[in-house]
Design a protein around this ligand. Structure first.
Ligand SMILES: Cc1ncc(C[n+]2csc(CCOP(=O)(O)OP(=O)(O)O)c2C)c(N)n1
Length: 554
């Protein structure tokens, strides 16, 4: 643990003389708390109510300015996920929280550990409801966070922030919210209490009941045709290697959980046992898993369905067991059994308990499909060009709804911590999160693959990328429409819906206006060359590619 010190860097020692050693303030202690937790990057968009928190900003902290609060939270979300620790997003009282609600919803779905703070009027003016008072601050984001709070006294702020950080970081991880009246930051706190609050450690990775693991290992081994469905919490829990080893030892074919919930990958997509991404609807999931008698789901809800295509929940004769660290995920599943425990630890225990299977290895999967050339390019062709130049240690952040499956099929991402997608489905995550991911992983090339419609929900993230020199490569697919919604219209038998076309949206020009070097590329080779150059560049760059309308699946 780093030494306990004040915000100005002085060590906190027990006070010997009250007069000679002034008491620390809420701000001193809160920054010490952040420091002790390694949370020295603060994403924010300040207003008058947040300035007292930011006063005399300590030199060992970094402030990352987002120009709108949805972008602030989206960047913090990507940063927290890619650094695997809680991050801070600081918002401007009620309007700032309001702007950020969609991004907080995404963070909740992503299981991202996030401390969201917001300023508030001074305590003296809250009851008379002076301008900018957030009247029911804790109510506002209530349903989107694990805990929402406004401390009753200024001196409780550090403990509340600490409580929030611990809770956000405990499984199932997720965002918390603390509202801080602006005068609280100057209040003095007792030094002994402060030291206690700062130095607390809370750990919460629960192991599974050994009996349940032993029984599951036996069932797995004696099943005729078991299958693994891999979800995002395999990667989040660090269980990647255990999932691979278990699939190999037990000869399991592996499906990825349906794309809407696959915020991260749970299994290498180029592995011979990997079969593909499950379709996101009830009937089609059961059809895809037909013939399996035991379905083991790890690190996913059961299942992130959408749209509603009814059918059997499970194939005839199949049983399902899910491993999840989220009790809510476990109890809301409409079928099967669940073990609530840390995903990595449980997979490791299962691996130890399960013998080498004598089943034949699954048929090796097919490589990416070749797509015939077209003009304009199909999104699949663009993704195959990306795959050609994608570096070993590359990271992709994806928000290109109509080409999600094509990217997964073409790119076959195969390292942990290399794929980010919002499990919540709220647009605006991709562009903002890519900036946060790159800030957390400065040595790995990050490409943000994004539709021109999706760009608009977080467009100011371009400015943060340019202003802070965050070298994300933005690959913008421009099809002049909301392609996925046209597909949904067919699925829902909706005709004549307006508002599904996006003519004339010049993203390259908009991004250039924010300071990002931008270009257009049209042919496959031109796209590949431009991507290779941008991925090697030390500044943010954007490549806009006109693509054919419609869905790309392969
Ligand atoms: C905040 C938010 N608003 C609206 C939507 C509905 N929506 C889902 S996909 C989509 C279209 C996105 O367009 P684009 O990025 O161009 O992708 P394409 O469908 O063309 O691949 C919209 C509007 C959403 N998911 N989130």
């Amino acid at each position: 643990m780093p030494p306990l010190s004040t915000a100005t860097g002085d060590r906190l020692e027990p006070r010997k003389d009250k007069v000679a050693f002034p008491m620390p303030t809420v701000r001193d202690v809160s920054f010490d708390l952040f420091r002790a937790r390694g949370m020295t990057t603060i994403f924010g968009n300040p207003g008058s109510t947040e300035l007292p928190m930011l006063a005399d900003f300590p030199g060992d902290f970094r402030f990352v300015l987002g120009l709108q609060e949805a972008v602030v939270v989206g960047m913090a979300d990507g940063f927290a996920q890619a650094s695997r620790r809680a991050a801070i997003a600081n918002l401007h009282t009620a309007p700032g929280v309001g702007n950020a609600m969609g991004a907080i919803f995404n963070a909740q779905s992503n299981h991202t550990p996030l401390l969201v703070t917001a300023g508030q009027q001074t305590r003296a003016q809250m009851t008379l409801q002076a301008n900018l008072t957030n009247r029911d601050a804790a109510l506002m984001p209530y349903s989107l966070v694990k805990w929402s709070y406004e401390p009753p006294r200024a001196e409780d702020v550090p403990l509340a922030l600490g409580r929030g950080i611990h809770l956000a970081s405990l499984p199932p991880q997720g965002p918390v919210f603390v509202s801080v009246p602006m005068d609280d930051w100057y209040a003095e706190v007792d030094e002994g209490d402060a030291l206690e609050a700062i130095s607390r450690r809370v750990t919460g990775r629960a192991t599974a009941d050994p009996e349940a693991v032993r029984a599951l290992a036996e069932r797995l081994d004696s099943a005729a045709n078991p299958v693994l469905v891999a979800g995002p919490d395999i990667d989040a829990s660090g269980g990647w290697d255990a999932a691979v080893a278990l699939a190999e030892r037990q000869r399991l074919p592996v499906w990825a959980t349906p794309a809407p919930g696959g915020g991260k990958l749970g299994f290498p997509e180029s592995h011979p046992n990997f079969r593909g991404v499950l379709p996101p609807a009830i009937g089609p999931v059961a059809q895809t898993l037909e013939g399996h008698d035991l379905i083991l789901v790890a690190g996913s809800s059961v299942f992130p369905y959408y749209p509603h295509i009814p059918g059997r929940l499970l194939p005839e004769g199949a049983e399902l067991v899910a491993i999840t660290s989220d009790p809510d995920e476990a109890v809301r599943a409409p079928m099967g059994e669940a073990i609530v425990a840390d995903v990595k630890l449980t997979l490791e225990a299962l691996l130890e308990a399960a013998p080498e299977s004598s089943r034949p290895a699954p048929e090796p999967n097919q490589g990416p499909q070749e797509i015939p050339p077209s003009e304009p390019l199909d999104s699949s062709t663009v993704h195959s060009a990306l795959a050609e130049v994608f570096p070993e240690d590359g990271i992709v952040v994806l928000e290109s709804p109509a080409s999600t499956l094509a990217l997964r099929n073409q790119l076959r991402v195969s390292r942990p911590g290399s794929y980010y997608f919002t499990a919540g489905g709220g647009l605006g995550f991709g562009l903002a999160a890519a900036v946060g991911v790159q800030l957390a992983q400065p040595d790995r090339p990050v490409v943000c693959v994004v539709g021109e419609g999706s760009v608009q929900y977080a467009v100011t993230a371009f400015w943060t990328a340019a202003a802070y020199g965050v070298p994300v490569t933005f690959l913008v697919l421009r099809n002049d429409e909301y392609a996925i919604l046209k597909w949904f219209a067919e699925v829902e038998s909706v005709q004549g819906a307006p508002g599904l076309d996006l003519p004339g949206l010049d993203v390259a020009a908009v991004a250039a206006g924010y300071g990002v070097e931008s270009q257009r590329a049209t042919g496959r080779d031109e796209v590949a060359e431009a991507l290779a150059r941008a991925l090697a560049s030390s500044k943010p760059e954007l490549i806009e590619v006109p693509v054919a309308p419609g869905m790309s699946l392969f």
